[in-house]
Design a protein around this ligand. Sequence first.
Ligand code: ADP
Length: 363
Amino acid sequence: MSAAARVTAGVTFAARLAFEHIGHSYGPDAVTLRDLSLSAEPGEVLCLLGPSGSGKTTLLRIAAGIEPQSSGRVLLNDREIAGPAVFLPPEQRSIGLVFQDFALFPHLTILDNVRFGLTALSAEQARKEARIALGRVGLEQYAGSYPHVLSGGEQQRVALARALAPRPAVLLMDEPFSGLDSRLKDSVRAETLAILRQSRATAIVVTHDAEEAMRLGDRIALLKGGRLVQVGTAQELYERPADLFVAGFFSELNRFDGRVTDGAVDTPVGRVPARGLGEGAAATVAVRTSGIDVDPNAGEVAARIVSRHYLGVVEQLEMAVPGAESTVRARIRCGVLPSAARDVRLSLRPTDVLVFETAVENA
Ligand code: ADP
């Protein structure tokens, strides 16, 4: 298919992008990705989440064709676009890119910025397509203006329009909101999601922010050290984390180490069931700070408040608990605990208690 046909047809919308056993290294001692298999389904927003250096950007660059993988394959709608025998250059992949810094040309009008990637079309057709894309992000009235007149959020929408204008099968976004100030972020993120839904493009979005991934992603793929740790919906990752790392990425935790005896683990905050763990196994108990009820009188465990910080909707408490090596933290709703309370009782909400076999790397 010619580039022009691909650009105008728009039939490649809602494609599936799959990574199969991807390996990558920047040098002999710099392995970045290890045997990573993952797919973004048609029309889905998939978030790549992980700490800095976990390989998210590298995976995105491999999808775009900017970086070759060392092993494995990338498939678009079951067609190999990068593998041992094939390597399609970026411009033949039907993939759009949005970067963190928007990368708009200051000396070009907004319309010309959006038109920039439409080189396969006639000037007139390109202008028409660029106007459609600008309309999709609600900025057609700025077509003749220059980027500096726009707010950060609007510039981000122009960058999105530019990426969507050639009607890519897949849109890749690398930390697209990190350049925005925190007040703008929520609204721009919501607008972007609405535009992605309307365009029906499959999108892969890189972020290091778990809450952002939960707000945006139909599914989240969590990476660590170049490996895929877990992929699923926000609810699956939050409620059934595969390990302590996943749990800690989605909530603030108190952590206690112990051993399984008679199917449960003793901790300073109580005895908790250890489903699925063998007798005598070393166990790590993680208790969400939001999952501890604090009451002046009722509760199984005695504690003494050592610090208390008002955060608006919630208060953060630190408490000394007999037998605990460090203070136990809890987040409770403001106003539920009398301000004079000092000696209190704790109880744990079972859904906020997670028990894992202690891994060497968690120890
Ligand atoms: P993330 O996007 O999750 O922060 P990256 O994919 O950017 O992770 O980086 C993964 C690892 O590869 C990091 O250890 C990083 O230092 C390294 N790395 C990234 N880019 C290069 C490069 N061009 N040359 C050498 N090492 C790199």
